[in-house]
Design a binder for this molecule. Structure first.
Ligand SMILES: Cc1cc2nc3c(=O)[nH]c(=O)nc-3n(C[C@H](O)[C@H](O)[C@H](O)COP(=O)(O)OP(=O)(O)OC[C@H]3O[C@@H](n4cnc5c(N)ncnc54)[C@H](O)[C@@H]3O)c2cc1C
Length: 280
């Protein structure tokens, strides 16, 4: 039998996390696949499960001090319905899984699963999302790029839960998201790309570029972005070859069942090129 706890509230959930080693389970859409052993066999959990998807404290979305606070237990389908969520995040969520899965899967689960193919991640890296990690003894707030330490690896402590995600309440003038998969729905990405930019007086005043599925974690370079800021949009077309050359060494995909490394690299650079061309 798999042992499980269904805490009444977040406080009780954190107390359980503090007392014994457990596996938090939100929608279970990643966990149940990873731990499945086959028809009729119990999943392979070696620790008690801590059910958290019903906790109302994790299901809230609010705007405070020009920041959007998203509970870790907010469902993907709820993100799509909520007017406070930026369109650029919705663009990614709309292409995730299928409507029934989006009614179970949570944004917190997508982050903690830490897959380089996680579709909310390029946007969250691009906007420097901060994560709220709570335990009974307090909370810490870390950048998503510091929390995710490798493929399927994160810095969650055994007594912590991810309780919230903080993103800027900001609308970029250019929003671009492309996911390349085997088909439109129900497929994990071979490559994904988020591009965000602000343009004022024909000059680029802010730009964020993030690639998914092409390295152990999401690829973003603030150094290369800084080199593009202040360029007049009229100069972007000429600058494209140089920008692609700078990103090329950072894109180091692997061959796997979904795609080849070479295809992933070429497609990722073409997505970047397409985004930059659209800015002009
Ligand atoms: C058919 C199918 C299609 C899919 N398609 C896509 C897709 O297109 N794009 C994509 O990115 N993903 C896809 N996925 C993967 C999955 O649906 C998402 O990653 C989803 O967001 C995971 O959320 P969840 O709530 O189900 O996580 P769970 O499976 O419950 O948890 C995932 C991991 O996060 C941990 N965790 C969850 N919540 C917390 C928390 N609050 N605090 C600490 N740890 C936590 C769990 O312990 C576990 O390690 C698909 C999955 C399936 C089965």
């Amino acid at each position: 039998m798999v042992e499980g706890f269904r805490p009444k509230n977040l406080r009780e959930a954190l107390e359980i996390r503090g007392k014994l080693s457990s596996v938090p389970i939100a929608g279970g859409t990643d966990l149940m696949i990873q731990k499945a052993r086959g028809f009729g066999l119990k999943p392979d959990f070696d620790k008690p499960l801590l059910f958290i998807s019903h906790l109302q404290e994790l299901r809230q979305i609010s705007v405070r001090d020009e920041k959007i606070h998203i509970g870790a237990g907010v469902l993907l389908s709820e993100l799509l319905k909520n007017g406070k969520i930026p369109e650029s995040l919705k663009m990614a969520v709309r292409q995730m899984a299928s409507p029934p899965s989006r009614n179970l899967a949570t944004i917190g689960g997508n982050i903690c699963n830490a897959s380089p193919a996680g579709d909310t991640l390029p946007y969250l890296y691009a906007v420097d999302a901060k994560l709220v990690l709570k335990s009974v003894s307090g909370e810490r707030i870390v950048l998503i790029s510091e929390f995710i330490t490798g493929p399927k690896q994160n810095d969650l402590k055994s007594d912590e839960l991810l309780t919230g995600i903080i993103i800027p309440d900001k609308v970029f003038s250019a929003n671009y998201y492309k996911k390349v998969g085997t088909r439109k729905g129900m497929s994990l990405s071979k490559a994904s790309f988020t591009g965000l930019a602000d343009i004022e007086n024909e000059k680029i005043t802010d730009i964020r570029i993030a690639f998914g599925s092409v390295a152990p974690t999401i690829v973003r370079s603030q150094k290369i972005e800084a080199g593009i800021i202040r360029k007049p949009v009229s100069e972007i077309n000429n600058a494209i070859p140089e920008i692609l050359k700078k990103y090329a060494p950072l894109i180091q995909p692997i061959d796997d069942a979904r795609s080849s490394a070479e295809y992933r690299k070429q497609v990722s650079l073409r997505l970047l090129e397409n985004f930059l061309m659209k800015l002009t």
